[in-house]
Design a protein around this ligand. Structure first.
Ligand code: ADP
Length: 437
């Protein structure tokens, strides 16, 4: 298929429409101008004919009339029953063949207008004809239009061509940048035109699309880096353990110990991958598609039930301050993840025989509060605890299982629901976390 640019299409359309308008307009102008010129000549000649008729009726002599009024501009002839009674010198008798009231004869170099007035009784049969040479203004106008119209058309197309170039300039720049964009160089943005018009809107949407793609690519890069970084340790442990065990024949209990280590590390890998996949799966643009009506209170109570065993082992008391019945549109998987990570942390970081308090209520928004009497977080670490793989005070936490993904997942899930996460904590006193959705 042959490429036809928008510019060519616009120019062809513009040219066709302008051509039609110019020629229809010129035609109409020619027609009405011609009509108006003829009408004015006709009425002038009629007046002269009527005057001559009155003078003749009152007995005046034709030469006298001609001398009096029609000397240079008009010629006239008086006809009676087809015979010329009298005429001025220049009157062209050939025009008598034409029986119309008003007509124009073309003599080549000039035109001549003729008006014919028939007398009524008592002079019936008598006719007066007035002849006057006229300028061919109408023909002059037509000639002017014939050269002026094409020049106007060419001029307009030339101006349109320049204007289209100016208007389409941003599109050329979009095409250029779009051609330069690859997955590795998503960082160019297109210059936005100053005028607030459709093209600026297009450029803005294009830039927004580049930004979204850029975020997507960054997300994938981060996922790749996180996965390779975090999986390295357990994979090294698995490989080392297997190599050492296979080095020489071993007792069955040594094999069992090796397999147990491998199983533990494999479980760790699975948890990391699940967590990272959950973080990568949803984004602001696709989260709404996964929303459904959820009973938030039921989800919370089910999660609490799952932790009964861990609570009992540490002899912790989980006190429910209040739980209101709340149903809303949300992603149930992420809501579950929020509750389970926060309860899990509270249990993990609270020493035995202490209390954990939870409440769920709704005023304008949905509030979930969890407070513990645990080890707390120092002020300097607090800003980082929602970062991926960040573990505050690793030496102190060594015995507590985890890999620093929980709060990052919670924060991300809350933000995907347009919510907010507030964390207050005091070292050695406890932690209070509030989720507002
Ligand atoms: P993980 O618990 O797997 O280490 P998280 O992302 O859930 O990862 O938490 C990050 C860090 O924040 C934890 O390592 C811990 O130091 C601190 N933290 C989280 N919750 C609490 C809590 N309730 N009390 C004290 N410290 C906490």
């Amino acid at each position: 298929m042959k490429f036809k640019s928008i510019k060519t299409k616009i120019l062809i359309w513009f040219g066709a429409v302008t051509f039609t308008i110019l020629f229809v307009f010129s035609g109409a102008f020619y027609y009405f101008f011609n009509k108006s010129v003829n009408t004015s000549i006709e009425s002038r000649l009629y007046k002269q004919a009527a005057f001559v008729k009155n003078r003749l009726s009152s007995g005046a002599n034709i030469n006298k009339i001609a001398r009096e009024h029609l000397i240079s501009t008009f010629d006239l002839a008086i006809i009676k029953d087809g015979k010329v009674l009298n005429k001025t010198k220049n009157f062209d008798l050939n025009v008598l063949k034409n029986k119309k009231t008003f007509f124009i004869v073309d003599y080549g170099e000039y035109l001549s207008a003729i008006y014919r007035l028939d007398f009524k009784t008592p002079f019936a049969g008598q006719v007066v004809l007035i002849q006057q040479n006229i300028d061919d203004k109408v023909e002059d106008l037509a000639d002017t239009m014939l050269w002026l119209d094409p020049i106007l058309l060419i001029l307009l197309i030339f101006i349109a061509n320049k204007l289209i170039d100016k208007i389409l300039f941003p599109i050329k720049s979009i095409t250029k940048i779009a051609n330069e964009i690859t997955i590795n160089s998503l960082f160019s943005t297109i210059y936005e035109p100053k005028e607030n018009d459709e093209l600026r809107e297009l450029v803005a949407s294009f830039n927004a699309m580049i930004k979204r793609l850029e975020n997507g690519v960054k997300k994938i890069e981060r996922f790749n880096n996180d996965v390779s970084h975090e999986l390295k340790t357990p994979l090294t442990v698995i490989r080392g353990e297997a190599e050492i065990t296979l080095h020489k024949p071993r007792e069955p209990k040594e094999y069992i110990s090796c397999i147990k280590t491998i199983e533990k590390e494999a479980t760790q890998i699975q948890k990391i991958v699940d967590g990272l996949l959950l973080l990568a799966r949803y984004s602001k643009t696709n989260i709404k598609d996964s929303f459904e009506f959820c009973n938030i209170d039921t989800i919370l109570l089910n999660i609490v039930k799952k932790y009964n065993h861990s609570l009992t082992i540490k002899n912790l008391s989980l006190k429910i301050k209040k739980i209101e019945v709340i149903s809303t549109k949300a992603n149930p998987l992420l809501i579950e993840t929020i509750f389970s990570n926060l309860i899990d942390n509270a249990i993990k970081y609270t020493p035995k025989e202490k209390n954990i308090y939870i409440s769920l209520y709704k005023n304008n928004k949905i509030h979930f509060l969890i407070e513990d009497e645990g080890i707390g977080i120092s002020k300097d670490k607090l800003p980082f605890i929602t970062d991926r793989f960040y573990r505050a005070d690793e030496s102190r936490n060594r015995k507590i299982k985890g890999f620093g993904l929980g709060l990052s997942i919670v924060k991300n899930s809350v933000e995907l629901h347009n919510g907010k996460l507030f964390i207050e904590s005091e070292d050695g006193v406890g932690t209070k976390i509030e989720v507002i959705l």
